[in-house]
Design a protein around this ligand. Sequence first.
Ligand code: CP
Ligand code: NVA
Length: 312
Amino acid sequence: MHLNTLKDWSDTDVRETVENCLKIKNYPEKYRHAASGLSLALLFQKTSTRTRCAGEVGIVQLGGNAHYLDWRTTNFGLADLSDEIKVLSAYVDVILARFLKHADACKAVEASDVPMINGCCDRYHPTQGLGDLMTIQEHIGRLDGVKVCFIGVHNNVCNSLISAGMKVGLKVTVIAPEVNPAAIDKELWSDAEKTGSYISIDSDTIDCKSTLQEIIADNDVVYTDTWIDMEFFTDPDFAEEKERRMKLMMPYQLNSSLLNGLDCKIMHCLPAHRGYEISGELLDDPRSIIFDQSENRLHSMKAILLKLLGRI
Ligand code: CP
Ligand code: NVA
């Protein structure tokens, strides 16, 4: 079993994993030897704070060991991806990989003899999606029927929120004036729409701040993410597009004025770009569950590792 996209996981897989995330968080000592002697390789083509540390620290806290591979210091860049993954999978018990392209995550899954975890590609971020469900369960006490409004650029995180949410009865409303081309997944969106767990609101119908506020007011959670994915943020070739997006997206920034008087939890997968998709003060607002959300990446990564290693 792999975790490439949550589309491949059953409702039961997702529900049980969320329960395990909370058990592991509340009783960590019970799991101290759960992955004793097992090895995790982390292969990253892009930067990371949370996903990398959750994997490295998580496996060690479970009694296993971690091996971080920076793409540029390996021979992955020189050789055939499938050959190198096959070799790596003979050395370790599970691989957590962050590829630029989803096609490479799929290729790696095909080649690997051990479970592969997609640590965020341009299309999906499934470990984030599971951590988000854990955080919503923890703060709201249930998942079924919880309303989450994602406002921003429709991206990898948004797809995994939809994909995770449809397994557990979340109601995800997306307001996205822009979609990342790599994140277009009409099959996912149509399947999620059919289950009633996903609605996309055409941003052209939002003519003023009060309309946006009315939509948010009808939700339990408001969620945003970067308007520009990490691999493009400082890319000079993306500068013009960055400028265009900033202008287009600024009316959708989460800030105190927009959320004034609204009683909803605030989520962001981090890293946040303060002053862009979210104003700085909202990260520390009493309604923000952002730092619990990021801590939960550790506990949820442990649950994911144990599931894929067959140790839970
Ligand atoms: N949210 C998240 O995946 O963060 P990193 O990019 O720092 O891993
Ligand atoms: N959408 C963001 C997620 C970061 C965890 C990105 O891909 O950069």
